[in-house]
Write a protein that binds this ligand. Structure first.
Ligand code: MN
Length: 130
């Protein structure tokens, strides 16, 4: 199966590098940015198969960005997976209520991360099954 296109919004440089490396090694295309505003613009232009959204960001936070993605008909159908450090009680519920399809706590589990992301990405484009 071919790779999928992923937008990663993450302002922690080490985590951005780790996530990008894992996904690229698995054959996927990764477009990364540290800013939610830039992620929103990229989503409209690139039509990714999935968006990985850090919740705690400088400037616009990931939950606000996810709500905007879900309100825009051009991006509403793109699955958004929340990423967050220091997982707190209630975070997952907040992420799902903002429109995320799933929630991954950091530090990520490198054995399962790619499979989770790929599953949601492929589910978003069933018409392109090979
Ligand atoms: Mn962050």
């Amino acid at each position: 199966m071919g790779g999928v296109k992923i937008i990663l919004v993450e302002d922690n440089p080490l985590n951005m590098e780790l996530v990008t490396d894992l996904l690229q090694t698995a054959g996927h295309e990764v477009l990364a940015t540290s800013k939610a505003e830039e992620g929103l613009a990229m989503a409209r232009i690139e039509s990714p198969d999935v968006i990985l959204m850090d919740i705690a960001l400088i400037g616009m936070d990931g939950l606000s960005a996810t709500r905007m993605l879900k309100e825009d008909p051009a991006t509403a159908s793109i699955p958004v997976i929340a990423l967050t450090a220091h997982a707190m009680r209630g975070d997952e519920e907040k992420a799902l209520r903002a429109g995320c399809v799933a929630y991954i706590a950091k530090p990520i589990n490198t054995r399962t991360f790619v499979d989770i992301v790929t599953t949601y990405a492929r589910a978003s484009k069933p018409h392109e099954e090979e």
